[in-house]
Design a protein around this ligand. Structure first.
Ligand code: TMP
Length: 253
């Protein structure tokens, strides 16, 4: 079989050239990193779970009219996606204070925010993805004012959808990060949700117990990451079939 052309390798995913122009294949690795790669482990099966979960969230978003790069899942670890021109920003939406915001501003983790707060971070590993203001973004040309308005609108729609979906299975969506890309359609361009949405890029807390079901389990050494992600997948009904277990016909004695 011909080797595929690799377009990009990131910490948790690889992008290959897709079968048609304007498409890419997104491969989910088991590599798990924190602190800009300072902590790194292979967690078996994490890529499979994130492939499924990202598919679930992206198809759900598409069903309510939020445009995403997702086309279809190809296999356990790969999905076909639209090629986009990535905007070099991470869009973080927060409902509850946690993580870097708590640290930076001294607001206790778990404090409910009066409304969703949107932050932008520059995607730059050498600079450790610094937080940037809208002024910086416009002044340095990372995005236009129109892009910013569209990114805020996309972020809030993703937040509403994901918060509702998670609340339905007893999970609080504390915060999340999305990445956004530009697609060109004739004379028009528009922004769509790209990259992935998974427990790698969200904070998810069990409503009853407060238990963390996201990458903080790995970042903070709180236990078994794949158990946490499996719990999220199970609750959402997107658990991939395990070897030996089957939802197919059962032998009746
Ligand atoms: P933070 O509190 O560390 O800024 O993270 C906010 C949210 O964004 C959290 O859900 C984790 C996610 N995130 C990523 O997915 N990738 C990143 O590189 C960072 C810094 C955060």
């Amino acid at each position: 079989m011909a080797r595929r052309r690799m377009i990009y390798e990131g910490k948790a995913k690889i992008l290959y050239e897709g079968p048609e122009p304007g498409t890419l294949i997104q491969f989910f690795k088991d590599d798990t990193t924190a602190g800009n790669g300072e902590k790194h482990e292979l967690i078996e099966g994490k890529g499979v779970l994130n492939n499924r979960l990202s598919e679930h969230f992206m198809t759900g978003l598409a069903s309510i009219g939020v445009p995403t790069h997702f086309i279809k899942r190809l296999n356990m670890r790969e999905q076909l996606v639209r090629a986009v021109e990535m905007i070099p920003l991470e869009v973080v939406v927060r409902n509850v204070a946690a993580g870097s915001m708590s640290k930076r501003l001294g607001i206790e983790e778990g404090t409910q925010l009066p409304r969703p707060i949107i932050e932008f971070y520059l995607k730059n590993d050498e600079l450790n993805d610094p937080i940037v203001s809208e002024e910086h973004i416009i002044a340095f040309g990372w995005a236009t004012q129109q892009d910013l308005d569209d990114m805020v609108s996309l972020g809030l729609r993703v937040n509403d959808f994901m918060s509702g979906m998670m609340m339905g299975v007893g999970i609080k969506l504390v915060d999340f990060k999305i990445e956004i890309g530009r697609v060109f359609e004739g004379d028009f361009q528009r922004l769509i949700v790209a990259d992935e949405i998974s427990p790698d890029s969200c904070r998810l807390w069990d409503v009853e117990s407060g238990q963390k079901l996201d990458k903080d389990v790995f970042r903070r050494g709180l236990g078994d990451l794949s158990e946490a992600y499996t719990e999220v997948a199970k609750r959402l009904g997107v658990m991939p079939r395990q070897n030996g277990s089957s939802s197919g016909p059962k032998l009746v004695h």
